[in-house]
Write a protein that binds this ligand. Structure first.
Ligand code: SAM
Length: 198
């Protein structure tokens, strides 16, 4: 999967990259990037931001390490979100958590969302870019039908999750939301800036 990931994503990135830029350009302080994949976001962080990137898949992690080769502000760890809390090398709290195309894949997205909340500072922000279960009835039904076949070939990626609802249920409140199509109604996505509910 790691070897095919960037070529597979190249057509979707024509739409996604602008959203990634919008979200990441205003980051500051200390950032936790969850599921960094091949490191596609690394060049989009300001140089003065300290990034702790986590990636549990070894082939993806190796690519991410290469992508961060000339970026001393980015540290990469070969762990999943479940291992972040109380990790010795991590700060207790982060100014930003970034979650891009990750909650579709993590085994327990509710748990992940609660960890995002726990590790964010009270005034911190969660930056989200995720594809969601299509709201159009036809595409939504098609995705539900295809999902059991899709998941094993796409490294556990689910087409049928509503990450926006999961995050609200975990105690996040959107400051800014933008739902958009990834060039085809087959793929709907959402970009959200979230704050913690008090
Ligand atoms: C579709 S890729 C997205 C990669 C990258 N964030 C991007 O925007 O292109 C999903 C990534 O989530 C990672 N992942 C899966 N389970 C995870 C977990 N429990 N914690 C953190 N990352 C996880 C996968 O290894 C994979 O690299």
């Amino acid at each position: 999967m790691a070897a095919f990931y960037d070529p597979f994503m190249s057509s979707l990135e024509k739409v996604l990259t602008g959203h990634r830029q919008k979200l990441l350009q205003n980051t500051s302080g200390i950032v936790l990037e969850v599921g960094a994949g091949t490191g596609v976001n690394f060049s989009l962080y300001p140089d003065n931001v300290e990034v702790f990137a986590i990636e549990p898949s070894v082939p993806m992690y190796k690519r991410a390490v290469k992508a961060a080769a000339n970026r001393p502000n980015i540290k990469i760890f070969n762990i999943g979100i479940e291992a972040v809390k109380n990790h010795q090398e991590f700060p207790d709290k982060f100014d930003f958590v970034t979650s891009m195309l990750v909650l579709c894949t993590v085994p327990d997205p509710q748990l992940a969302a609660h960890i995002y909340r726990d590790v964010l500072k009270d005034d911190g922000q969660l930056l989200v870019l995720e594809h969601i279960h299509a709201t159009g009835r036809l595409y939504g039904k098609l995705q539900s039908f295809v999902n059991p076949l899709w998941r094993p070939i796409a490294d556990g990626c689910n087409l049928t999750r509503r990450q926006d609802w999961i995050l609200k249920n975990a105690g996040f409140k959107p400051i800014f939301e933008n739902y958009f199509s990834l060039g085809t109604d087959w793929y709907e996505a959402v970009m959200i800036v979230e704050s913690k509910m008090k």
